[in-house]
Design a protein around this ligand. Structure first.
Ligand code: ZN
Length: 146
């Protein structure tokens, strides 16, 4: 699929409304949302990128808030690394904050290992049980990205 064909498949308004949030017009964000989404390689590997598009846009809209949060709470490298690991005990509030601050941008998100981007169960009758039909999994690599 070439980029031009992909761009025509991005549905700015429908995806933004999918999460119940309104969003500012693309031009007020200072970049072309449609082109940005189309540039994310993983998007072409997801059979139905509707949820991915909505989540990627939500990630984008949250970045000013995450940067502000990171000014209030600056997790150490160890805290960031621990927040990316599976938990075997009750995490603290700081653990969750470090997890949010350490989330990677959508260009690092990966195809769901269970459905391989089909977004469906193997019988194709229900949304994938791992990604809930999103077709991708977000990444947290244990360090803060600039
Ligand atoms: Zn899945």
């Amino acid at each position: 699929m070439d980029d031009e064909a992909l761009v025509t498949e991005v549905k700015p308004d429908a995806a933004d409304k999918a999460d119940g949030e309104s969003s500012p017009p693309a031009e007020s964000l200072g970049f072309d949302k449609v082109a940005w989404l189309a540039s994310l390689p993983i998007r072409t590997q997801i059979d139905d990128p509707t949820i991915f598009d909505a989540d990627a846009r939500l990630w984008q809209r949250c970045q000013p808030l995450v940067r502000a949060l990171a000014e209030v709470y600056q997790p150490t490298s160890k805290e960031l690394k621990r927040s990316a690991e599976p938990q075997y005990s009750m995490p603290t509030f700081k653990h969750y904050l470090a997890g949010l601050i350490g989330m990677t941008d959508p260009s690092h998100w990966e195809i769901c290992p269970r459905c391989q981007g089909t977004c469906l169960t193997p019988d194709h009758k229900n949304p994938c049980l791992s990604c809930e039909g999103a077709g991708y999994v977000p990444r947290h690599d244990g360090r803060r990205l600039a």
